[in-house]
Design a protein around this ligand. Structure first.
Ligand code: NAD
Ligand code: UDP
Length: 338
């Protein structure tokens, strides 16, 4: 069993991963500044797993906090979720994104190096792929220049980690390229809790369902897809969390830097998602079509065979499970963790 530092562990994906780490017997140290989360999620992590974790409220950009933490705990590996993720906001305040995501990550990697901790699982994104690639996207396809500053930070961090692993062979780094995380813990106790107006499809749909928003705007119905709406690869957050445990196990035994897609390998259109949500949950979702959103591609879904064969990971949940669990979380917690 390992002692794992989880940066951003109070967030949506981090909290689901912490439950599984504790369940598997790992010791968990969470570092989170709570800028986009609540400590409440960590209380729920502990009550669900019936185990305790250590929480440090702090910032990954703070070298002193990091050094103290690495000195105090005998950390074997880091799972690095912390960062800012709102695409639109990243266009308004790019420096803040570069500061938290890029400078913050470099501060973390420096502290890891000082502490001689070289095992890392990093939250990357399918947004790093060049837009001209045709789905299913595989890890050998070229990366491109992401259309927004958020995606750009992910690409930069991937590239610097690749160079780091070449220069210093002790590093062992997993770049997990997430497709579209949705869903929530089966218990309904944990889920996605976006601040303000949701940018992503699923929380918007559940907030319409719960009456917090009037109707969904569907961005474009003239794409070259099955019904004209955008196609994405939705992955249950519990499956995504389990990919981190598989990647951790893999990285504890090897070196180098390697990317893995974490998706189901299947694409669903916005309309298919909305209609499936209505069917499984018996709720009507009013929607209107509006023009395409800048920077969106028509279709993006994964080839997930590398993660299945190399990490021994396999997604277990269907789109219906994702929609049931997203709604179960939202209806049980209409105001999220507040
Ligand atoms: P989230 O916002 O719920 O979690 C991120 C956590 O990091 C939050 O708890 C936040 O308070 C914390 N944080 C932010 N900046 C920090 C800093 N400087 N120091 C310490 N803590 C800080 O987001 P999430 O959806 O759980 O995403 C986790 C990671 O996965 C992020 O890196 C995100 O970019 C990446 N990712 C997310 C998605 C998605 O759709 N959710 C897709 C691809 C990649
Ligand atoms: N989408 C939409 N309305 C919304 C949010 C998203 O029609 O309010 C569409 C978006 O155009 C894309 C899909 O839903 O085709 C998934 O978008 P999301 O922002 O969740 O993830 P992305 O793939 O853009 O990271």
């Amino acid at each position: 069993m390992a002692t794992v530092l989880v940066t951003g562990g109070a967030g949506y994906i981090g909290s689901h991963t912490c439950v599984q780490l504790l369940d598997a017997g790992h010791e968990v140290i969470v570092l989170d500044n709570l800028s986009n989360s609540s400590e409440q999620s960590l209380h729920r992590v502990q009550s669900l797993s019936n185990k305790t974790l250590t929480f440090i409220r702090g910032d990954i950009r703070d070298a002193a906090t990091l050094d103290q933490l690495f000195a105090k705990y005998n950390i074997d590996a880091v799972i690095h979720f912390a960062g800012l993720k709102a695409v639109g906001e990243s266009q308004q305040i790019p420096l803040t994104y570069f500061e938290h995501n890029i400078a913050g990550s470099i501060a973390l990697f420096n502290a890891m190096q000082r502490a001689q901790v070289f095992k890392l699982v990093f939250s990357s994104s399918a947004t790093v792929y060049d837009e001209s690639n045709i789905s299913p996207l595989n890890e050998d396809m070229p990366t491109g220049m992401p259309s927004n500053n958020y995606g750009y930070t992910k690409l930069i961090i991937e590239q610097l980690l690749e160079k780091l692993a070449i220069a210093e062979p002790k590093w062992s780094i997993a770049l997990l390229r997430y497709f579209n995380p949705v869903g929530a813990h089966k218990s309904g106790c944990m889920g996605e809790d976006p601040q303000g107006t949701p940018n992503n499809l699923m929380p918007y749909v559940t907030q319409v369902a719960v009456g917090r928003r009037e109707q969904l705007s569907i961005y474009g119905n003239d794409y070259d897809t099955v019904d004209g709406t955008g196609v994405r690869d939705y992955i249950h957050v519990v499956d995504l969390a389990s990919a981190h445990l598989c990647a951790l196990k893999n990285r504890l035994l090897s070196t180098g830097c390697r990317a893995w897609n974490i998706g189901t390998g299947t694409g669903s259109s916005v309309l298919q998602v909305v209609q499936a949500f209505e069917k499984v949950n018996g709720i009507n979702i009013p929607y209107q079509f509006v023009p395409r959103r800048e920077g969106d591609v028509a279709t993006s879904f994964s080839d997930n065979r590398r993660a299945i064969t190399e990490l021994g990971w396999k997604p277990q949940y269907t789109l219906e499970d994702m929609l049931l669990d997203s709604w179960n979380w939202q209806k049980t917690n209409p105001k999220g963790y507040r």
